[in-house]
Ligand binder design. Sequence first.
Ligand SMILES: C[S@@+](CC[C@H](N)C(=O)[O-])C[C@H]1O[C@@H](n2cnc3c(N)ncnc32)[C@H](O)[C@@H]1O
Length: 313
Amino acid sequence: MAPGAGHKPVLLDEVVGWFDRPETKVMVDGTLGGGGHAEALLARLPGIGRYIGIDRDADAIERCKVRLAPFGDRVTLAHASFFDMADEVKRLGVGPVDGILLDLGVSSYQLDQGERGFSFMTDGPLDMRMDRRQERTAATLVNEADEAELVRMFFEYGEEPKARRVAKAIVEARRNEVIESTGRLARIVEEAAPRKRDERLHPATKVFMALRIAVNDELSGLGAALQGAIGLLAPGGRIGVIAFHSLEDRIVKRTLADEERRCVCPKRHPVCTCGEPGRVKVLTRKPVMPGEAEEADNPRARSARLRVAERLR
Ligand SMILES: C[S@@+](CC[C@H](N)C(=O)[O-])C[C@H]1O[C@@H](n2cnc3c(N)ncnc32)[C@H](O)[C@@H]1O
C-alpha cells in the first residue's frame, strides 16, 4: 500500500479551498500526521514554494519524509510541538508565513498501531504518548493519579457521565495489579460501566480519549499556541484549525473571537469604547463541517469542525 493510503484527511477540499489563492506561498502545517493535507496542498497549489511540516510524533515525520519526497525542497520537516511553532520557524530562518494549518488531535496512524496504546481495539501497552521523548504515559496516569484526579479527567476531557464509577474501579483494581495494557483497562471500564443495549460507543471510548488528552496535555496552552501562530502570519495570511473535541473547538472559537476584537476596555465597561482593532477577521462565522458523503465515507470525520481566520495587520 502507498504511504498514506487508507487514511483520509478530513475536510480536504474545504481546506485546499481556503488556501487556494495567489498569496499562499509559505505554509506551516503544525500537525503533519500522515501528510494527507500536506500532499494535497502541495500537489494542488503549485504556488506554495515552502511547506514547513511539524509533528510531535517522530513516526509521522519519518513517514512524511517518504510521502512528501516527490515535492523535494519545497518541503521542510521538523519534529516539534506546534506550541513552539514560532521558534521552529525562526530557527529555519523563515519570516512571516501566508498560511497555517492545524488539524488537532490524534491521527488514524496512531490509533491503528496497537503498540502506541491509543486504542482499545487492539491490545497494547498503555502508552498514548505522541512524543515518545516525554516520560509520562497513560500507564503513569492510570496507576498513579489519585481517584479525584481520575474523576476530573474523565468528566472534563471525556465528558464521561460514569466518571466516578470508572475511577473507583481503576483504583480498586490497582490494589492488586499494575494496569499495563489497553485491553486490561478497557475490561475494567467495561465491567464498571457496561454498555447499554442501544449504545453505539464502546464503554471505554470516552475514558481513552480523556487519557490521551491528559497524557499529551492537548488543551492547556492551546489558546496561547494559537495566538503565537497568528503572530507568525503575514497580513492577509490565513490560519485554518480543525478541532474534533468540543472543548478544543471552544478554545479555538474563543481565541479567534478575542483576536478579532482585542478590546482593552476595563472589564467593568458594559460596552466596548476603545475600538481597538483586532489582528484577524474570522472568515467562518459557523464552523465548516463534513457533508453527508464525507461522514458516510469516513466516520472519523464526523466530529470535525474547521474554523478559518485571516490576519489583518
Ligand atoms: C489529526 S492528525 C493530522 C492529520 C494530517 N492533517 C493528515 O492529513 O494526515 C494530528 C497530528 O497532530 C500531531 N499533534 C498533535 N498535537 C501536536 C502538537 N502540539 N504539536 C505537533 N503535533 C501535534 C499528532 O501527533 C498527529 O500526528
